[in-house]
Structure formats: structure tokens, C-alpha cells
Design a protein around this ligand. Structure first.
Ligand SMILES: [Zn+2]
Length: 488
């Protein structure tokens, strides 16, 4: 889908508010999000039905040209088909009129995107892990969300209510002033609104085209290197040589005791069981809600602390240097995963990236293989090995003794100078993708090899003549036969 391009001098920004819906509105919100899911599932079923049909026909020996037509999955065609189906399909006839058309459009748009992503991934045109076929969303697990792109979307002038299509005017938990002043000044235009159930409460998120306001950075010429860790959340070394540490608040670790207790209570009560159709007892529901509240509080505390950290950093320095950490890979380490997830490394990165961009400063991502910890910040010598438990860096070449994390942060801030030399230009905000690549000293210059080779696009549509499951069995068979020939 074509991405929305804001007019020059404007940026697209989200404004999120917690909602306080009444019982009727809460019911309507759930209904809309459920409708989005139902439409999504309908689209997945409708498109894949033709795939299965073709596969079955192929087994009867019907030639390629006479097989059932592929069903298109573009949003317009899905919408056209759905608008007929909703009047005839027994799954929709009795209730589709209860919700805004935007609810169904949310589901269809998501399905179209899912099929697109699957096709691109299959043809090797999409970065990241390979995606599977779009699957049905479960009523129990699916996230509740619904997006409105047309109709009445506005913040009310009192600053305590928002109005959404079909749902009407809903009270907001917090003042909407930050958005309201922009609307009044005529510097904001609503593009869409998404309602979402998250952490036990409803939120509305407005996507707004607003006039870009560059926030003044207090030290535009200074740079800072940030070394993230678990013992201390961040060590900040600035270009003046000053080192600051930010303690790791460890919100989850602090709440673990409470979680253990509440979880024990939950497990002692009569929970739901899908196999027997057992419904959860009132007492179980209550205990489960209490447990969830602990989880939500941890998430809120974490989000608050991270925003404060990243706002402070990006409000002060003109250049921010971070390590390009492989957070997904680190989370696979079962000993560290919980601590890394609790610290929120990935989220820090994301926030730093967009906040530096917003403030018109630069973010430099050090290469993943840059030995920030192993290099001496004094003389530049690189150690071959430095196990994690050694917390103090002692240089063999110049005898410098310094805290391990301080050393790493100093090395990172030194990169800012290199990066500045590498880009000769405007010093416009660069994001991670365009961040200047910093050359790595002494043999740490390995490239990550692309692990996934680009597969040749299958003939025709992404659905292909063979289905993904079938393809898998084929490859498995081949390896097995190969193994057999090797053994014999
Ligand atoms: Zn040294």
C-alpha cells in the first residue's frame, strides 16, 4: 500500500489517550474490534479457499489453464467481495449493520497486508524472518484493535472527550490539550484514529499530520555514547569526557515476588478449560485480573522510565551513538532473556531513533561487530578476549584501568567524530537505516552473512502451484533421500 506522505514542513505524529468508556461504549468498542477480526478471518478463508481448490484439482489431473482462478487479495477486491458476502453469508447477515464499515475495512486491510507480506517474503523481497501463510485470528488471543480513517474523528473542545464514527463521544482519561492546541491553531489535521485494548484499558491513538516543530537541543555540538547493560541500564559518556550512569530500575524483578503470589492464587482457583468446556469461576476471574494488574503496572513503569531517559538524552545532545544490538538474538539466551526484556533495549533504540529525528539531531549506530568493550579508550588497543564477568578494563598496552562499561561508552562517543568526518553535509537527522557506517578498527571487520538465500520466485502468484506445507515436505523428502544415498 502507498505510504501517506505529509506535506512539506509537516510530519505525521501519533497522539495517544487512555479512554474511559461507559458500559455501552465498551460493548461497542469490543464489537467493532471483533468485527475487524471476523472480516480478517473471512478474507483469509476466501482467498486461501482458491488455493486449496486448485491443489485438489491438480490431483485430478486437470491442466493448469483450467484450474479455478486465483482469488485476488488486494484491498479493493476484498472489499467488493465482502460487501456482497456480508448480506448473504450467514456468518454476517444478522449483525454486520451494528458496526461501522471501518471495522470491517480494518480487518480486510490487515488481511490484504498480510497476504502481501507473505507473497513478498516468499519471493525473497522482504527483509527478516520468513513469513507463513496468513492464519485465522483466534477470538481468545487476537488483539482488540480497530482503525477509523473516515467519518467524524475529532477531539472535543472541552479537552476531555473524543468523538469517533459510530462509537460517538467517549470520555478521555487524560486531558487532550497537547493535541487540542494544535487543532485550534490549525497546525494539525486528523488522518485516522485507532482504538485499542491494551494493558487492561482502552486507548485511542490519533494519527495526525502536524507542523514540524524542531525542539532546541541544549548542546547541539556535543555527542554522547550510550552503552546499554543490565547491571546499570545505561552508561552515558559525552564528548567532553563526562560519564553518567543510569541505574537499571528492574521493574519486573521487583514485581516477581508479587507475581508469584498472585499466580499461585490464580492456579488454586477454577480456571477455564477448553477441553471440558469448563468456564472460569468468578473468583478465578478476579484473581487473574489482580495478576494482570501487576503485569500492566510493570509495563507502565518501564515505559515511563524509558521515555524519561530517551527524552533527556535526545533533548541534550546533537549526536547520539548507540550500539546496533542484536536484541532478538540476545533474547534467545535463556539466562539473559528476562533481564534484557525487562530493561527494554529494543525499545530504547526505537525511541532514540525517532526522538533524535524529531529534534533534528543525529543518531549513529555502531556496527554490530564493533568491539566497543574490548577496545582501550585511551590508546585504541584491542583485546582478543574480555569475558563478561570481568567488569574492569585493564589495558595491556598503556596500563589504563577503567570500568568496563565506562570504557565502552567512551569508545562509542569517539565514533561520533569518525562519523561526522564520514558525512560531509547538512547534518540532517539520519535514522538507523541511513546512519553513516562507521569503519571498525583491527580485524573486527566481519560482515554478517545473509543467512537466507534469495529464493527464486515461484511461477505465477505467491500461492504458487504448491502450498507451503507441501513444499516443506518436499524439501524434507529430498534431504532424507540424500541422507540415504550417503549412508548406503
Ligand atoms: Zn590502552
Amino acid at each position: 500500500m502507498k505510504k501517506f506522505q505529509p506535506q512539506p514542513g509537516f510530519v505525521v505524529q501519533a497522539f495517544r489517550f487512555a479512554l474511559d468508556p461507559n458500559a455501552t461504549q465498551e460493548h461497542a468498542l469490543r464489537s467493532h474490534c471483533g468485527a475487524a477480526r471476523a472480516a480478517y478471518n473471512w478474507a483469509v478463508g476466501w482467498v486461501t479457499a482458491s488455493w486449496w481448490q486448485r491443489k485438489a484439482e491438480a490431483t485430478y489431473g486437470i491442466p493448469e489453464a483450467e484450474l479455478t482462478q486465483w482469488r485476488p487479495w488486494s484491498l479493493p477486491s476484498l472489499r467488493k467481495e465482502f460487501n456482497q458476502a456480508k448480506r448473504t453469508d450467514l456468518r454476517f447477515v444478522s449483525w454486520w449493520e451494528e458496526n461501522s464499515k471501518e471495522a470491517y475495512n480494518t480487518g480486510l486491510a490487515n488481511a490484504a497486508a498480510a497476504f502481501d507480506n507473505y507473497a513478498k517474503s516468499k519471493q525473497g523481497k522482504r527483509k527478516g524472518k520468513r513469513l507463513g501463510m496468513p492464519r485465522f485470528k483466534s477470538k481468545r488471543k487476537a488483539r482488540l484493535a480497530c482503525r477509523f480513517t473516515t467519518g467524524t474523528i475529532r477531539v472535543e473542545s472541552g479537552g476531555r472527550h473524543v468523538t469517533l464514527p459510530r462509537l460517538g463521544t467517549i470520555r478521555v482519561h487524560e486531558p487532550t490539550d497537547k493535541l487540542l492546541v494544535k487543532v485550534r491553531a490549525g497546525t494539525a489535521r486528523m488522518l485516522s484514529a485507532t482504538v485499542r485494548h491494551e494493558r487492561g484499558r482502552w486507548f485511542v491513538s490519533f494519527s495526525v499530520e502536524v507542523a514540524r516543530e524542531l525542539q532546541r537541543v541544549t548542546r547541539p555540538d556535543a555527542a554522547v555514547g550510550i552503552d546499554l547493560g543490565i547491571k546499570t541500564l545505561a552508561v552515558l559518556a559525552d564528548s567532553a569526557g563526562e560519564i553518567r550512569t543510569v541505574a537499571n530500575p528492574r521493574h519486573l524483578a521487583a514485581a516477581l515476588k508479587q507475581l508469584r503470589r498472585t499466580s499461585r492464587t490464580v492456579s488454586r482457583r477454577q480456571g477455564p478449560d477448553r477441553r471440558t468446556g469448563q468456564k472460569a469461576s468468578k473468583r478465578w476471574e478476579k484473581a487473574n485480573a489482580a495478576r494482570n494488574r501487576v503485569h500492566h503496572r510493570v509495563a507502565n513503569l518501564r515505559a515511563d522510565a524509558l521515555h524519561k531517559l530517551t527524552t533527556a538524552v535526545t533533548g541534550e545532545y546533537g549526536t547520539v551513538v548507540v550500539e546496533d544490538l542484536n536484541v532478538a538474538g540476545m533474547l534467545r539466551n535463556r539466562r539473559l532473556a528476562r533481564h534484557i526484556a525487562d530493561a527494554g533495549f529494543g525499545e530504547i533504540h526505537r525511541q532514540l531513533t525517532y526522538k533524535t529525528k524529531r529534534n533534528g539531531c543525529r543518531i549513529v549506530a555502531a556496527d554490530r561487530w564493533y568491539p566497543s568493550s574490548k577496545t582501550c579508550s585511551g590508546c585504541g588497543a584491542v583485546k582478543a578476549k574480555l569475558p563478561l564477568h570481568i567488569r574492569t578494563y585493564e589495558c595491556d598496552a598503556c596500563g589504563r584501568v577503567i570500568d568496563r562499561d565506562d570504557n565502552a561508552a567512551l569508545n562509542l562517543v569517539a565514533l561520533a567524530v569518525l562519523a561526522a568526518a564520514a558525512v560531509t553535509g547538512t547534518g540532517v537527522a539520519g535514522d538507523q537505516d541511513t546512519a553513516p557506517a562507521v569503519s571498525k578498527p583491527r580485524g573486527a571487520d566481519q560482515k554478517t552473512r545473509a543467512t537466507r538465500t534469495c529464493r527464486k520466485a515461484s511461477t505465477g502468484r505467491a500461492g504458487g502451484a504448491t502450498l507451503p506445507h507441501q513444499r516443506q515436505t518436499e524439501t524434507r523428502d529430498r534431504t532424507q533421500t540424500e541422507a540415504l544415498t550417503l549412508w548406503s
